[in-house]
Design a protein. Sequence first.
Length: 132
Amino acid sequence: AAGEVIPRGHVRGVLALVDVVPGAERLIPAVAPLVESADADVAIAAAGTLGRLLDDSDPAALGEWEVPPDAIRTACGRLVRQAQIAGRSPVRLAALEALAHARRCGPPPQPTAGLEHPDVRRAALLALAGGA
């Protein structure tokens, strides 16, 4: 029903399975806002899902499923914003790791804060290296 709240466990479960559905790329516009969810577990799951959907493993998929370029830009922008959160936020780490895989997003911005944390530094270096 409209306005019904879906339990967060269900949302995380759906996000974990999204990328195995044929044409999952069509869901990028629906998944992207979840990266900025107030629920950190949902935001982390959404970041991982976007990283997989935008990884460019099937270069024709986005065109084949008619994913609008602005939807891709918006999704990438949301990941970048989360990756720029200061500190050692688990959401920030998930966004940095997603950007390391999301080749469709291009090179991520260089993080300027929080690099004193080894896990943030590692995730930032992986993102800058393109997931290598």
